[in-house]
Design a protein around this ligand. Structure first.
Ligand code: NAP
Length: 344
């Protein structure tokens, strides 16, 4: 018997990718329902070789739906995810609304799949922030090998991480620069075309941004609360694919050769690391791919047991949609859906 799956936010960047990935991976669904806001009612979206007509979230009855892949932003999630969970449907949420709730597991299957069992308290499972997802996939096997003490990460995040309107803004600004038109800024705080912006999400009291704080809190929740992490999150004029320059200090020695071997064998990771022109991965090449790519692995001789590497992944896939579908696969493969809290 297959499952009934709803995708909320099906007209968005992440929702469309979720539909593609469910089809690509032949997820065992008897029925897939596309949901969005009233603005999109009746709009058509692709699901494999089928076309789905978008229904409205507000009027949809979740009582016979098994899994809801939720990707409609934090506000919609705060309002809807608890209600959907109470209807007996397991929500896999892409927003940050529930990530730090002790009763909601935060999952990257390559890192902490076993923690998924905790979903029964609220019938909600959280997907991490895109920049954290790819980072922890790489850190987990290294942490097991040599115990990470401290991580310093600088991100180079594509505009698709801010939704479809942000992609349109990069496109229209780039066109305006070339045609000597007016460069209009709406979604970003400064011009993003031919520029980089050291600001993602809101500012916190300590001067960090929420995006940077999320990487700290989520790495601690999923990997190890003892890991110290400091981040600088930067938006760059790339459509799809996030890159990260990562510096790691370990408790025990780990050579670049050992780290390379460990990462070559790690789930979800592909190492592309030839020390020559072009022998590394870039966001452009990672777009549309599932793996987290690691390049430029080398020693940081300025600290004891230090390594540097470069980490690239498709933020809409491993950073969001793919990870959510992988969580749904864990629920199915471990036969956990029967444990979902019954309808309230
Ligand atoms: N993009 C990434 O890299 C990434 C990574 C991790 C997590 N996320 C998270 O995933 C979520 C979606 O991101 P996105 O990039 O796909 O955004 P997006 O392209 O702007 O799409 C937003 C989607 O949500 C729907 N929506 C918004 N408000 C709604 C409401 N009140 N009721 C029902 N549907 C509503 C929109 O429907 P309409 O078309 O009808 O407005 C649209 O389908 C966000 O929470 C984001 O933080 C994104």
């Amino acid at each position: 018997m297959g499952y009934k799956v709803a995708v909320v936010g099906a007209t968005g960047n992440v929702g469309r990718e979720m539909l593609d990935i469910l089809a690509e991976r032949a997820f065992p669904a008897d029925e897939v329902v596309a949901l969005a806001s009233r603005r999109s009612q009746g709009q058509e979206v692709s699901f494999g070789d089928k076309i789905l007509k978008v229904k409205v979230l507000d009027t949809y009855d979740f009582s016979d739906t098994d899994i809801c892949l939720m990707s409609a932003g934090g506000e919609a999630s705060k309002e809807w995810s608890p209600r959907i969970g109470q209807a007996g449907c397991v929500v896999i949420d892409n927003s940050s609304a529930f990530r730090y709730d002790a009763d909601v597991p935060l999952i990257v299957p390559e890192v902490n799949a076993d923690a998924v069992e905790g979903f029964t308290k609220r019938n909600i499972i959280a997907n991490p922030n895109c920049s954290t997802a790819q980072l922890v996939v790489a850190l987990k096997p290294l942490h097991e090998a040599a115990t990470i003490k401290r991580v310093v990460v600088s991100t180079y995040q594509s505009v698709s991480g801010a939704g479809k309107d942000a992609m349109d803004e990069l496109f229209s600004q780039t066109r305006a620069v070339f045609t000597a038109g007016e460069v209009v800024t709406k979604k970003f705080t400064k011009r993003i075309a031919f520029n980089v912006i050291p600001h993602i999400d809101v500012f916190m009291e300590d001067g960090y941004t929420k995006e940077e704080w999320k990487m700290v809190a989520e790495t601690k929740k999923m990997l190890d609360p003892k890991i110290k992490l400091t981040a600088t999150a930067v938006r760059v004029p790339v459509f799809i694919g996030h890159a990260e320059a990562v510096n790691v200090e370990f408790e025990r020695p780990l050579s670049p050769e050992q780290a390379t071997e460990i990462l070559r064998n790690a789930p979800g990771v592909l190492v592309i690391d030839k020390r020559e022109n072009g022998g590394y991965m870039t966001p452009h090449e990672a777009a549309g791919e599932d793996a987290t790519y690691i390049s430029r692995i080398r020693e940081d001789a300025t600290v004891e047991n230090g390594l540097n590497f470069w980490c690239v992944s498709d933020n809409l896939r491993k950073g969001a949609a793919l990870n959510a579908v992988q969580i749904a696969e864990v629920l199915v493969n471990r036969k956990l859906l029967s444990k979902a809290r019954p309808a309230a």
